[in-house]
Write a protein that binds this ligand. Structure first.
Ligand code: IPM
Ligand code: MG
Length: 350
């Protein structure tokens, strides 16, 4: 048989003993007519020495139809969850901001959008149904995933929601399904128990189905939304679309501040346009601004990126996804650009 074996020698005597193991495996392969190939993976101190420790992490996207049918444990998304869980970045900040230059790409009527949209979704990122117990029965006729939250997990998100609201319009909406889910009822209890610490913030609650509707009916009622992992996943895609393009929205995933943050655009891997120089890099570029701001305290530098992006949009440059109903006009004006050119334009503006 041909088999592939990952080797993780690690530190200390690890490499010495693994080397002998490999020699024995090779001897067995020879004797019994097998072929083993090895891939060495760094872990432990060896990995720290080679790569050092990072102060922040910038991530693109994972997943695609090619891997849709691989077993759950192998799915690319699993790596992302492992990273989020492993880095303990429990709070995912997803600002859904409408760039005024992109109003043509916004699918909502002008009277709904008014002077613009600016919503911050604070999504719980390392708990709930994404990380809860899951499984199937022996007959493979039943499957389950579990939504489970502890008070401390909820409290740190709700508090971040309150603190974020204090810096904005002072309105926090906790989105849940408390008419059905026990875990949601705990979210409400926790929010009630800490709200006295934030007397300047108006707290409200909304069921997630209603919130999904209200986001398109009257999005300007929202300032900060704090919600669970899955509801935040769903609502942030919706919120991004009403702002014009999911290709514009950045995100920061933060922990308790003792380790690095994880920064990623909120969109997926868009395999249909991969490698064609079509993807909008602005969500990632704006994630870099969040990285500088939150992990390095570089406010001026972050602003420089954000101002540059605004400037490029002001000048009329568009990738396909943000040209919206102006697509033909943008194209005719020679302002339709690809991924690399968009990057060049932002750099030039900086
Ligand atoms: C997101 C994505 C991920 C998620 C997937 C790729 C696992 O949809 O970041 O919103 O569900 O969290
Ligand atoms: Mg998502």
């Amino acid at each position: 048989m041909n088999k592939k074996i990952a080797l993780i020698p690690g530190d200390g005597i690890g490499p010495d003993i693994v080397r002998e193991g490999v020699r024995v495996l090779d001897a067995v392969a020879k004797k019994f007519g097998h072929s083993f190939t090895y891939e060495t993976v760094l872990a432990g101190g060896a990995a720290i020495d080679k790569f050092g420790e990072s102060d922040a992490v910038l991530l693109g996207a994972v997943g695609g139809p090619k891997w849709d049918n691989v077993p759950g444990t192998l799915r690319p998304e699993k790596a992302l969850l492992g990273l989020r869980g492993g880095m303990k970045v429990y709070a995912n900040l997803r600002p859904a901001v409408m760039f005024k230059q992109l109003s043509a790409a916004c699918p909502l009527k002008d009277e709904i959008v008014g002077s613009g949209l600016d919503i911050l979704i604070v999504r719980e990122l390392t708990g709930g149904i994404y990380f809860g117990e899951r499984g199937r029965n022996a007959e493979n006729t039943e499957a389950w995933d579990t939504e489970r939250y502890t008070k401390p997990e909820i409290e740190r998100i709700v508090r971040l929601g309150f603190e974020s609201a204090q810096k904005r319009q002072k309105r926090l909406c906790v989105v849940d399904k408390a008419n059905i889910l026990e875990s949601s009822r705990l979210w409400r209890e926790v929010a009630e128990s800490v709200k006295a610490d934030y007397p300047d913030v108006t707290l409200s609650y909304m069921y997630v189905d209603n919130a999904a509707m209200q986001l398109v009916r009257n999005p300007r009622q929202f300032d900060v939304i704090a919600t669970s992992n899955m509801f935040g996943d769903i609502l942030s895609d919706e919120a991004s679309q009403i702002t014009g393009s999911i290709g514009m929205l950045a995100s920061a995933s933060l922990g308790d501040g003792t380790g690095p943050g994880l920064y990623e655009p909120i969109h997926g891997s868009a395999p249909d346009i991969a490698g064609q120089d079509k993807a909008n890099p602005l969500a990632t570029i704006l994630s870099c601004a969040m990285l500088l701001r939150f992990d390095f305290g570089m406010e001026k530098e972050a602003k420089a990126i954000e101002v540059a992006v605004e400037k490029v949009l002001d000048q009329g440059w568009r990738t396909g996804d943000i040209a919206g109903s102006d697509f033909d006009a943008v194209k005719a004006a020679g302002k339709l650009v690809g991924t690399a050119k968009m990057g060049d334009l932002v750099i030039a503006a900086i």
